[in-house]
Design a binder for this molecule. Sequence first.
Ligand SMILES: NC(=O)C1=CN([C@@H]2O[C@H](COP(=O)(O)OP(=O)(O)OC[C@H]3O[C@@H](n4cnc5c(N)ncnc54)[C@H](OP(=O)(O)O)[C@@H]3O)[C@@H](O)[C@H]2O)C=CC1
Ligand SMILES: CC(=O)N[C@@H](CCC(=O)OP(=O)(O)O)C(=O)O
Length: 308
Amino acid sequence: MSRVFIDGAVGTTGLEIRDRLAGRAGLELVTLPEAQRKDAAARRDALNAADIVILCLPDDAAREAVALIENPAVRIVDASSAHRVAEGWTYGFPELEPRRAREIAAATRISNPGCYPTGFLALIRPLVRAGLLPAATPVSVNAVSGYSGGGKAMIADFESGAADTAFRAYGLTLAHKHVPEMQTHAGLDHAPIFMPAVARTYRGMLVEIALHLHALPGTVTVAAVREAIADSYRGCPLIHVETAPRDALTIEQCAGTDRLDLFVFANEAAGQVRLVAALDNLGKGAAGAAVQSVNLLAGLPETEGLRL
Ligand SMILES: NC(=O)C1=CN([C@@H]2O[C@H](COP(=O)(O)OP(=O)(O)OC[C@H]3O[C@@H](n4cnc5c(N)ncnc54)[C@H](OP(=O)(O)O)[C@@H]3O)[C@@H](O)[C@H]2O)C=CC1
Ligand SMILES: CC(=O)N[C@@H](CCC(=O)OP(=O)(O)O)C(=O)O
């Protein structure tokens, strides 16, 4: 039996994780009552008494929680963006690299990937690893998220009517907090240009990358791109590489699931490829990934409690 403490259990991500862990065999779920959930002493006790801690906090509070942990046996899954490129932390995306699931299972410090990077990395990493995309390739990525991606504050903004829009482009300083983890874990020499947006729908996400195959060195075919992506995720129950033609994709494609659907659309004659990832920002983009890591840490089946 593993004792799992969720710090930040009443936030948007914390509640989702609770949902997926409640009643699970092999896990004892611990949360603090409302009056104590921000009390440093109560949090210190709970953090140090757990086998596994899941941090569902803003970055500063996540750093503070890590500093409160003195018990070396405690294993941490941090859902915030505080440790995604930090030394000594394992990037908690089990399907991203061939040995990553085993590394997570043996780790004590695991950082959950960001929601947008999950889609971006799932598409780009297999191409860089296969040598189809040289590390020096300039890459741009655009994406749209449901408004729950901004946590309680953005949900209130959209649901109170204060956000008077259906679609808002942001990240206009080109320095979004997800860019470093996108570059680092893709293995790219240059930071990608990231163009995020938020839409008036609660959950769901599309992440897109355009590739000009004719501008790449050598001959890179659409088939090679499809194969590299499909090969990377064979046998991964949460990641589906879709091959059937589509007229359209919606932001809700994977909403309400912990799945990640990947698409390779192409105009072969023009040498153009449009890669698309669909996921739920609160599913594989947050809670689903955290629960996958908890399953690996606790020695439970990797997708138990997840929504395929
Ligand atoms: N929403 C999403 O799609 C995703 C979010 N994340 C990350 O997960 C983390 C949580 O985000 P999210 O759930 O969206 O945010 P929310 O704002 O919805 O929830 C954060 C929770 O943390 C609590 N909190 C803040 N400071 C402290 C503290 N010092 N001690 C204890 N509790 C504290 C808040 O309390 P109160 O309720 O009083 O405000 C709130 O309940 C963030 O780092 C975010 O970046 C990651 C992936 C996706
Ligand atoms: C719509 C929206 O505002 N999204 C958030 C990212 C949400 C997320 O999942 O990011 P973290 O995991 O890094 O917290 C943003 O762009 O900052």
